[in-house]
Design a protein around this ligand. Sequence first.
Ligand code: NAD
Length: 362
Amino acid sequence: MIKLALFPGDGIGPEVSNEAVRILKFVFDVNRVSYEFEEELVGGASYDSYKKPITEKALKIAKESDAVLFGAVGGYKWESLPIELRPEKALLTLRYDLGLYANLRPAKVYDDLIDASPLKKDIVSGTDIMIVRELTGGIYFGQPRGIFDTGNGQKKGINTLAYTTEEIKRIAIVAFEIAKKRRKKVLSVDKANVLESTELWRETVAEVSKCYPGIELSNMYVDNCSMQLIRQPRSFDVIVTTNMFGDILSDEASMVAGSIGMLPSASLNGKKGMYEPIHGSAPDIVGQNKANPLATILSAAMMLRYSLDLDSLADKIEKAVENVIKKGFRTLDIYSSAPGTKASGTKEMGDAVITELKSIFK
Ligand code: NAD
């Protein structure tokens, strides 16, 4: 029995996760996979009911499940709360408590959505990148940190970039394992020319690569990588990098791919994972059946692949999404006036994916 935690959250979170759950239930039922969802409030919704962004009960559900499907959290209503009580704290607590050290963000350009990219068609066509970002170490967590008085009327802000070989090894293994199922190329991104911690990063990734003779490893400095992502995004397969470099490069890569409503993500600790769209709670369109559910549906597909070993079901959902795009279904964020375009709401998009899946499973 597969146990899944469902945390829809705030704003459009419940609308988009509802569609992803419909799709998961459909593929599980067709394939006679037994499952159970346990749902709980998180974020602002949790604050409104329990006065905290995430409860012990929600954390227990997450820990006892095989994987977590997360919608989005946040909204105007909770913006003035102290930082510890803000909806976004739910996400950070889950990442920390579940030890989710590997963040996977695919950036894939669909040929039929190529106009959504701000770059020229011939540059972005065929782009399919997987960014593997280290998520629980590096400069966002290193000690010492803080703002200190220097004693001479000045202040000093300090953050520490530190990585152990073990932290580097485990994220490198994730990247090489993913590359095995893709085009068999790993690019490690660092700043080894000036930062010792990333010199160790480079050495350790090279050491791990010896266990993966079928995978081609190359290295690039982060400044060059940020240029090459715009210049020749198609040349990348799997990128593995530190927490801060991954934070920045994955946002850059998501813009290469176009709409925020299309991009899924996974955060992993071994097989255990949390899956969520990269977008937020979009308070400006909540309750209007306007949100694009495809990023969350694609996050559910990642869940099948990375936590549940159901790769063939993940492939089928991804194929169904591709077909739906090909057939012209478009929510507002990816709408264009091209001939054949079918303006669709959140629910209609979910229906279209299920219709495609029905014909794929026939
Ligand atoms: P956002 O991603 O919610 O929205 C940015 C823009 O993209 C908005 O115009 C929105 O309508 C649009 N958009 C987002 N998702 C869409 C979708 N699926 N379909 C169609 N359009 C979509 O970012 P924001 O406006 O900066 O933040 C809103 C709230 O979400 C804030 O409270 C923020 O803290 C929170 N947030 C949460 C997460 C998360 O839960 N992981 C991530 C980012 C922001």
